[in-house]
Write a protein that binds this ligand. Structure first.
Ligand code: DMJ
Length: 576
């Protein structure tokens, strides 16, 4: 029987001559080969990343289990549930839970100790001043001498059970806090830190001194809203009430600076019975609503005389845009989701559709990120500040229909992974101020400082509470350890001038105590501590109690939560 050659039968496909006569088929085979190679390579590199992450987490788990057994040895009662082989322990769900509780309580104590170190350094070197410069061991009045760190720390001290420290701070507020300062204060910074901090301390403690002081400073800020449109000027002299805008904005008001006072001023009106604060702050939103763009994305500069946003300025979820979007959602939550505040949710939902149009993915590792936009042009830049977005999406997603809720929850998870990688990708494991994703590249640090910002751990706290996934706690713990390693010095905590070299700066930002450490503490605490059902956090992490709005006709919730997350209080057992 004659042997069949390569030129006939099924083997002919392997002979070069076959393709020389069929160039189209050759091109198709070549394309298929290249595509398959790329897909396999891409999958493998993703797989490698995941394997590395899983293996790192597994190592950490082993280490924690080891520590737990050691701690168990000192516990006396109940130690028997902490002994035995790893396999036996893993089978026992209660033991597993006990382990987690113990790890969380150890982590919580470490964060509390960090807060005490930051606070005691402030007390020692900068008492009553706005912020501590730890390297030079002195205070500076970067906010006009309003005791910014002290006021910003009140609720963190209270929540952590640091009663003596809280009382000492309270005495200073009662006896020494004086707002009559001939100083051009930022309306935004003063509101979120001072008004917010005082109101939160009042809500937590019931001590009227905090409410009186909040009212005093808010009265000094109020003339800033006396503009033709009600969109405020962003600076005001606290002693004389003269208001204007920052020179570098060309006389324009900034979006975030104008749209981030609503929570505090509504809360103040609710607690004092004086409607003026709420009216001024809410008028800004009704003014913006009149010319709301179809994609809900507002440029960061707005003319306070015409109410028109300057289309030449950029659209961003980072600096100068960020908390405007955050407050649309949170005012709706603060207002019990009733008809009175329905327009906030509607505007927020429109803006979230706009947000989707800014999302892009890197080609190599499929990292999602949020672009900035000027006119029609997108830029592949994302601020770490925009890392509050995952938390906001999680908080708002449960009131969408199930399909959309899932879509926004997935996006939140993807963005949180990117934000976590902002930290993991640097030698210090701390994030830079912003990142570029040019040409589909994964991420390149732009401005490379880190000033102890909270946004990523804030989002991790929301994600953990809503999903119950402990991975978010582990990520937060890694970030905390990087702060401890790089930023802690004997006289407090400093930022880094460069996350690549670890060179230190000389400033302990007040939001490190107000936000970063508070969110970390809550990340390792039961979700019932400052529950989302009763509290809403302002943008400086000051929890404000949700109370029924009495000013509207409709006090019934307008939406039924269709996809309420599992275990909003307890967390579920998602393990991915
Ligand atoms: C804080 O003052 C607030 O979170 C604000 O909304 C953004 N910037 C800082 C923290 O980074």
């Amino acid at each position: 029987m004659a042997r069949r050659g390569f030129s006939s039968g099924r083997w002919r496909h392997f002979h070069p001559g076959y393709y020389m006569k069929r160039p189209v088929r050759f091109a198709a085979v070549l394309t298929a080969f290249v595509l398959t190679t790329f897909v396999v390579w891409d999958r493998r590199s993703l797989l490698r990343d995941h394997e590395a992450e899983v293996s790192r987490l597994y190592d950490e788990l082993n280490e924690l289990q080891h520590q737990l057994r050691e701690v168990g040895g000192h516990l006396g009662d109940g130690t028997e549930i902490l002994s035995g082989t790893k396999e036996e322990m893993a089978k026992n769900n209660n033991v597993w839970k006990a382990e987690i509780d113990l790890v969380n309580s150890q982590r919580r104590e470490k964060v509390k100790e960090a807060m005490l170190h930051a606070w005691n350094s402030y007390v020692k070197y900068a008492w009553g001043q706005d912020e501590l410069q730890p390297q030079s061991m002195n205070g500076v009045n970067s906010f006009g001498g309003l005791g910014a760190t002290l006021v910003d720390s009140l609720d963190t001290l209270y929540i952590m059970g640091l009663e003596d420290e809280f009382q000492k701070a309270r005495e200073w507020i009662a006896t020494s806090l004086d707002f009559n300062k001939d100083y051009e204060a930022s309306v935004f910074e003063t509101t979120i830190r001072v008004v917010g901090g005082l109101l939160s301390a009042y809500d937590l403690s019931g001590d009227k001194i905090f409410l009186e002081k909040a009212r005093d400073i808010a009265d000094r800020l109020l003339p800033a809203w006396d503009t033709p449109t009600g969109i405020p000027y962003n600076r005001i002299n606290l002693a004389h009430g003269h208001a204007h805008n920052f020179g570098w904005t060309g006389g324009q008001s900034i979006l975030a600076d104008s749209g981030t006072e609503q929570l505090e001023f509504i809360a103040l009106s609710q607690r004092t019975g004086d409607p003026r604060y709420q009216q001024k702050a809410e008028k800004v939103i009704t003014q913006l609503q009149k010319t709301y763009p179809s994609d809900g994305l507002l440029p960061i500069y707005i003319n306070p005389h015409s109410g028109v946003a300057a289309s030449s300025s950029s659209i961003t979820f980072g600096a100068m845009g960020d908390s405007y979007y955050e407050y649309l959602l949170k005012v709706w939550i603060q207002g019990n989701k009733t008809g009175t505040v329905k327009h906030y949710r509607e505007m927020w939902e429109i803006s979230m559709e706009g947000l989707l149009s800014l999302i892009r993915k890197t080609t190599q590792s499929s990292l999602s990120y949020i672009c900035e936009k000027t006119g029609d042009s997108l830029s592949n830049k994302m601020d770490e500040l925009a890392c509050f977005v995952p938390g906001m999406l999680v908080l708002g997603s449960s009131d969408y229909d199930p399909e959309k809720a899932e879509k926004f929850l997935s996006l939140a998870k993807e963005l949180a992974w990117t934000c976590y990688n902002f930290y993991q990708s640097t030698p210090t494991k701390l994030a830079g101020e912003n990142y570029y994703f040019n040409g589909g590249e994964d991420m390149n640090v732009g401005t490379s400082w880190n000033i102890l910002r909270p946004e990523t751990v804030e989002s991790l706290m929301y994600l953990w509470r809503f999903t119950g996934n402990k991975t978010y706690q582990d990520w937060g713990w890694n970030i905390f350890q990087a702060f401890e390693k790089n930023c802690r010095i004997d006289s407090g905590y400093v930022g880094l001038r460069d996350v690549k070299t670890g060179e230190k700066d000389n400033m302990m930002q007040s939001f490190f105590l107000a936000e970063t450490l508070k969110y970390l503490y809550l990340l390792f605490s039961p979700p019932s501590l400052i529950s989302f059902d009763e509290w809403v956090f302002n943008t400086e992490a000051h929890p404000l109690r949700i109370v029924t709005r009495k000013d509207g006709q409709d006090t019934e919730p307008t939406r039924i939560s269709v996809a309420k997350p599992l275990g909003r209080k307890q967390g579920n057992e998602e393990q991915n």
